[in-house]
Design a protein around this ligand. Structure first.
Ligand code: ZN
Length: 419
């Protein structure tokens, strides 16, 4: 799928992470699925349209809703070749291109994982999603028929536009994807579990989407040499880039560390609603790391002995000083093999999540998410990764506190790898 898009799609340049980190100072070229010439002024296509509003506040409540009819910049047009990759990075037009390019890129990725078109949950009112690159507000939001971005105040007091923040945009589109594919609760019926699930799953959509940038993959692999269990390195990536997604993903929270999931939702602050989802984010992120390492073993890139030595969660503390040099040597011998193993783990997780979410409704409990993950793995891999998923869920206390069994049987062949 990605190969077809690269051959036939339209080029954009995106910041994979905020450009404060040297590795991400230059935008990376990506392709989105509409062919050159199919993307109209805005940019716009049949799913989304950028409206570059001037002097706009955030949408608040009815009748302040899309479509925006106030003053706006002239819609951006592509270059003569139909691509959008020649726009100066510091121009307002670049923000319009970056917002559209990011959201179209993320939609393409998740339509690929779902294996189908993802309809908008608001299609009864709006055919296309309205994208507003700049509103005078220190936040971003997705709502009924739109996504709009303001700014974040940096430490030096300057305003950093969120239209250039890949993770924020991908997270907001994540909410729309989940409302479409999992469900829209009736007015007043939403529970803390669904709120926590939404924030967690939107973060996961952002993280897996960011792993579609070569620059992100390469940075993670060169920093860790494939030892992704070395959590503090991933934490550092998150902190230096001033982006909290990766840091949140590798959190160490269990359900007993966060507010009670049965708390009535009106009694929870917005940060608490987010926090309730963090053990679930952590569980799925652990599955990604463990599937990656299992892939390394099965591809012969690391030995079963090194695998056993480096795994967390056992009784013995991991001796990083003994483990890291062996990862360094293994990675040096075949960096391309490590990258392939990470791409396979990423894409297995993407399809696993799509399959999981397809089984759920807005009245879900976290235990339902855990069961759906296990069922999805049975369908996709014949149950090859049940040990990794089950151990991660149990450690996070999702579905109650139970002792993990010492020996789990692994199904022989990952069917997904052959597809
Ligand atoms: Zn959110």
């Amino acid at each position: 799928m990605d190969g077809d898009i690269a051959e036939n799609g339209t080029r954009f340049r995106l910041f994979a992470q905020p450009p404060v980190l040297a590795a991400f100072a230059q935008p990376e070229t990506v392709w989105v699925s509409p062919a050159p010439g199919e993307i109209g002024p805005g940019p716009s296509d049949d799913r989304m349209v950028v409206v570059d509003a001037l002097n706009k506040r955030d949408y608040y409540e009815f009748p302040d809703v899309p479509p925006y009819r106030g003053a706006q910049r002239t819609p951006l047009r592509p270059g003569p070749d139909g691509h959008f990759d020649q726009i100066p990075v510091d121009s307002p037009e670049f923000r319009a291109a970056h917002m559209y390019g990011t959201l179209r890129f993320v939609l393409d990725i998740w339509q690929g994982y779902f294996g189908k078109r993802i309809d908008w949950h608001f299609e009864s009112d709006f055919q296309r999603m309205e994208l507003i690159p700049y509103v005078d507000w220190n936040n971003a939001q997705s709502g009924w028929g739109f996504i709009e971005t303001g700014y974040r105040v940096a430490q030096d007091g300057s305003h950093v536009p969120l239209s250039l923040n890949f993770d924020v945009l991908a997270h907001e589109l994540g909410h729309s994807i989940l409302y479409s594919e999992v469900g829209l609760p009736p007015e007043g019926e939403v529970r803390a579990a669904y709120q926590g699930f939404h924030e967690s799953s939107s973060d996961l959509i952002a993280i897996l989407s960011a792993l579609h940038f070569d620059s992100v993959m390469d940075l993670i692999l060169t920093r860790t040499r494939g030892n992704l269990y070395l959590r503090n390195v991933l934490n550092r990536v998150g902190e230096i880039s001033q982006d909290d997604q990766i840091r949140l993903a590798s959190n160490g929270l269990r359900m007993s560390d966060v507010p009670d999931i049965d708390t009535p939702v009106e009694r929870l602050t917005q940060p608490e609603r987010h926090r309730i989802g963090e053990p679930l984010t952590g569980a799925v992120f652990d599955v990604l790391v463990e599937v990656f390492q299992q892939n390394l073993v099965e591809a012969g890139l690391i030995s079963p002995a090194l695998d056993a030595l480096s795994r967390r969660g056992g009784v013995a503390a991991v001796d990083d000083a003994a483990v890291q040099p062996r990862f360094d040597a293994a990675y040096r011998a075949n960096p391309a093999g490590f990258k392939t193993a990470l791409i396979q783990a990423r894409d297995y997780l993407g399809v696993l999540l799509a399959e999981t979410w397809s089984q759920l409704g807005w009245d879900l409990r976290f235990v339902d998410v855990g069961r759906a993950l296990l069922r999805a793995d049975l369908a996709l891999s014949g149950g090859h990764f049940q040990p990794e998923i089950l151990d991660s869920l149990v450690w996070r206390e999702i579905g109650g506190r139970q002792a993990p069994s010492a020996h789990r049987k692994r199904a022989a062949r990952p069917r997904w790898a052959a597809a």
